[in-house]
Design a protein around this ligand. Structure first.
Ligand SMILES: C[S@@+](CC[C@H](N)C(=O)[O-])C[C@H]1O[C@@H](n2cnc3c(N)ncnc32)[C@H](O)[C@@H]1O
Length: 285
């Protein structure tokens, strides 16, 4: 069986069911239906649960769409993540890109960070979005740099940091590859680095990010930023197989131990839903 990285500590989020190209998920007080290209089977839960959802995302184009919500459904609401190691609170919002400001499968990485970072360790989150990994690293005392190209997304993360009772994250609104190159030039290294590069994106000065063109440069420069004994967690939602990520990282860091697999969500109704490919790369001390 392929290695599956699965979050196991969620209390306030659940993948209730999946199938027919959709997921049925509970995010705290709201139940949502969202499209998912890998939910290729038939749903196996109670069909009435789908009909009772508070909101359903309906695509209007390739990347955007609209939410159809039951009357009185809030557009913004809070969600808490509690485990033995972490207690984080996120503000969620129904966006026109089908996302709600949180990728729940990433909770498995948050636990990995909590288990592998110590107070004072340097941690870098590239393509950091609303900052789940930044918050988890900060909560266990790491010195955190959070880099994303979009100012509004960074502001959203700042609110998540405050809701979680944290402070002291350093914000960098910049093209991730540019920032990583600058850090390499300065000779900086990190105990932990997380990166989740999208298929395409834009830096704040219009720098074009295209995964297939720049991935190998990004991996090479990030590899040079990993301290001895440090680690990289990289995932992608872009369809690159785990074995390809493993090959690229084994070439970039031949002395590293690598775990590769799929980042998944386990549905209450039984199936594992793959959300993307992932590697965890740990350098020898
Ligand atoms: C798939 S999301 C990452 C989700 C994240 N792993 C999480 O768990 O919250 C990709 C992020 O990359 C950012 N981004 C896109 N192009 C970028 C670039 N050139 N430099 C830095 N960030 C970029 C987007 O603003 C977005 O927040």
């Amino acid at each position: 069986m392929t290695t599956r990285f699965l979050p196991t500590e969620w209390r306030d989020y659940a993948l209730l069911d999946s199938g027919h190209g959709k997921r049925l998920e509970r995010f705290g007080e709201l139940t949502l239906v969202r499209p998912d290209p890998f939910a290729l089977w038939k749903p196996s839960g109670d069909p009435r649960a789908w009909a009772r959802a508070d909101a359903t995302f309906e695509p209007t184009g390739r990347t955007q769409g609209k939410w159809r919500s039951a009357p009185g459904t809030p557009n913004r609401w809070p969600l808490r993540y509690r485990s033995e190691a972490l207690d984080l609170t996120f503000g969620l919002e129904m966006t026109k890109f089908k996302h709600v400001g949180l990728f729940p499968e990433q909770a498995d990485n948050w636990e990995f960070l909590a288990a592998n970072l110590k107070p004072g360790d340097k941690f870098l989150n590239l393509f950091a979005y609303t900052g789940g990994a930044s918050l988890a690293a900060r909560q266990v005392g790491a010195d955190v740099i959070h880099c994303d190209a979009i100012r509004q997304v960074v502001d959203w993360t700042r609110t998540n940091m405050e809701r979680s009772g944290l402070d002291g994250i350093r914000w960098v609104v910049e093209d991730a590859l540019k920032f990583a190159r600058r850090e390499a030039k300065r000779g900086n290294t990190y105990q932990g680095i997380v990166l989740d590069p999208p298929t395409w994106g834009l830096g704040p000065k219009g720098e074009k990010w295209k995964l297939e063109d720049q991935l190998i440069d990004l991996i090479d420069v990030v590899a040079s930023l990993v301290a001895p004994g440090g680690f990289v967690v990289m995932n992608t939602y872009s369809g690159i197989p785990p074995s390809a990520l493993e090959t690229m990282w084994s070439l970039a860091l031949p002395d590293a131990a690598i775990e590769a697999g799929e980042l998944c969500l386990r549905a209450q109704a039984g199936h594992d839903l793959s959300t993307g490919s992932m590697v965890r790369v740990t350098r020898n001390a």
